[in-house]
Design a protein around this ligand. Structure first.
Ligand SMILES: [Zn+2]
Length: 220
């Protein structure tokens, strides 16, 4: 069976976002059905930075799939001395229109939920054109859509989920859409099971920027 690599569109939506105004604020009927905290993710051998995440399940993704993905993400980011200390997973029932990544609707959703960041949204899919499996929004590409700052949006069907989440979170922590197509690098444009490594320089960039932006903290 052929494998389709997951395509990333980090920092790609600048012009689209600029054209998409948010509608007048109306109360969005959201229901948080269930909230769990994951605290048993793999711990790196030399943790130097801690990261807390919010994960929002918008499309009945199996909890086990999200948990397994986050374990992989923790292992990958652990190579940079980052320990994911806690992930709050929220199962949210939202209107059909807001279960997909779609800049104006996703802005409404993120504004209504008002979660601490970084936050990873597991969606039903994407309504963006072109359609990508995953998108990351940092500081540099969120001026016109501030509600989406420091968020990651994953489409249902994205392959290699844990690697995709690690890749997109790296974009957010680095506040950069830069890719590195060196074989084996996590930040290659196409996410594959082989692309899991971060160089010392990438680790330095992502931890320094993540700390500066308050997304990473020191370890106790
Ligand atoms: Zn990317």
């Amino acid at each position: 069976m052929s494998r389709r690599p997951s395509l990333c569109a980090a920092f790609a939506g600048l012009t689209i976002a600029l054209m998409a105004p948010v509608s007048a604020h109306e109360h969005l009927p959201l229901r948080i059905e269930h909230r769990t905290a994951i605290r048993d993710l793999p711990v790196p051998s030399n943790p130097a930075h801690s990261l807390e995440l919010r994960a929002v399940n918008l499309d009945r993704w199996p909890e086990s799939e999200i948990h397994a993905a986050l374990r992989t993400t923790a292992q990958i980011l652990g190579h940079c001395g980052i320990r994911i200390t806690r992930v709050d997973v929220l199962n949210v029932t939202a209107p059909e229109t807001h279960r997909y990544f779609d800049t104006p609707r996703s802005r409404e959703l993120a504004r209504e939920l008002a979660l601490p960041k970084p936050a990873v949204f597991f969606t039903a899919g994407t309504r963006q054109v072109p359609a990508f499996d995953a998108e990351a929004i940092g500081r540099g590409n969120s001026r016109s859509r501030p509600e989406l700052m420091d968020t990651v949006w994953i489409a249902q069907g994205a392959r290699d989920l844990g690697i995709v989440v690690a890749h997109e979170l790296t974009h957010v922590l680095m506040d950069s859409g830069t890719h590195d197509n060196t074989p084996g690098n996590l930040m290659a444009e196409n996410t594959t099971p082989q692309n899991t490594q971060l160089t010392a320089l990438q680790c330095e960039l992502l931890t320094a920027t993540g700390r500066r932006n308050g997304l990473l903290r020191g370890v106790d």
